[in-house]
Ligand binder design. Structure first.
Ligand code: NAP
Length: 296
């Protein structure tokens, strides 16, 4: 049980985490800080936080647990601003979608106190953002990737793992680099592709008309393109090398398929489509203790 959660970034992810932690009885009070005072006011009215803090530093003061739920590009500045009151007894954690850049930002931002910081990425979320969408159920049964590094303290690692498990999540450990390579393949690049797919239709002369004709296939393959542009801009730039590597590999597959179509290679084309069909049918989304085929 924590005495006080200092929540920095009272948006979808941070607000949902505070609600889940409170519901599980794991924290006595939540002190929140966000960039805009209107956000913390709303968080207070919604019961997400108990006290509004005028700065990140004030949110951390008196907290034994600090959660950063800000855009990944804000990590270093936020950590620098709180560094001198971080102690080796506190647990600091983030929820950012990229991890190598976050670990580098934490090293620069926290310096000697970086061992208290445990990088985390919950595989949960929505296309909508902001405190208005915070929901205590957001993390139910989700996977959480923790990416400790050589400075991570054992006590904080155990605490971080225990907190997520107490919220019903399944915890997996990876290196920051392995995390970024994997999520470039199954999250970051697919998001980029979904945006390109929408743009490809929307910018055609008859694009608007075509979109009125689209059905569930277009809806399902492009759903994630409705995500927050600033958050995704940050993710693509933070994980540039891995995202571009996935993009180049994808273009090769696309070109191979184009050539088969161009040359009427029906047998080879069907073989490729069948391989993709089998891989997709065999895939099951991993959740806590089970797998499910529900699309996310
Ligand atoms: P969000 O709803 O927009 O919340 C972000 C919050 O951070 C906002 O309340 C914003 O404040 C605040 N903020 C921005 N810069 C700040 C700063 N310098 N200091 C203090 N607060 C600041 O976004 P989110 O979806 O919760 O995303 C938060 C993090 O979770 C991101 O790092 C993202 O990569 C990660 N993540 C998101 C998802 C997802 O599906 N959404 C999934 C997994 C991980 P204002 O409201 O005042 O602008």
């Amino acid at each position: 049980m924590f005495e006080q959660l200092g929540l920095i970034g009272c948006g979808l992810m941070g607000g949902s985490f505070a609600l889940a932690l409170k519901r599980a009885g794991l924290v006595k009070r939540v002190v929140g800080y966000s960039k805009s005072p209107s956000t913390t006011q709303k968080a207070l009215h919604m019961g997400v936080i108990d006290i509004e803090a005028p700065s990140a530093l004030m949110a951390v003061s008196g907290s034994d647990f600090v959660l950063l739920a800000v855009p990944v590009s804000a990590t270093e500045a936020v950590l620098k601003s709180i560094r001198h009151i971080v102690t080796a007894d506190m647990l600091l954690m983030d929820v950012g979608s990229t991890k190598s850049d976050v670990v580098a930002a934490a090293r620069r931002g926290l310096r000697d106190e970086v061992g208290s910081f445990i990088p985390a990425h919950p595989i949960a979320g929505r296309e909508v953002s902001g405190i208005g969408h915070a929901n205590a159920d957001l993390y139910n049964n989700c996977q959480v990737i923790l990416t400790p590094f050589e400075r991570s303290l054992t006590k904080q690692m155990r605490q971080a793992q225990a907190v997520w498990e107490a919220l019903g999540c399944k915890v997996q450990l990876m290196s920051p680099q392995a995390h970024d390579a994997a999520y470039a393949a199954v999250s970051h690049f697919p998001h980029l592709m979904a945006c390109a797919l929408v743009q490809n239709v929307a910018t055609q002369a008859k694009g608007k008309e075509y979109m009125t004709l689209a059905g569930s296939g277009f809806r399902d393959t492009t759903r994630i393109a409705a995500g927050d542009p600033q958050m995704w801009r940050d993710i693509f730039l933070a994980n540039k090398t891995e995202v571009l590597a996935q993009s180049r590999a994808f273009v090769q597959h696309l070109q191979q398929m184009e050539q088969l179509i161009e040359n009427d290679k029906s047998v080879e084309l069907e073989v490729l489509l069948r391989l993709a069909q089998q891989s997709r049918k065999q895939w099951r989304m991993k959740t806590n203790g089970s797998t499910e085929s529900t699309d996310v």
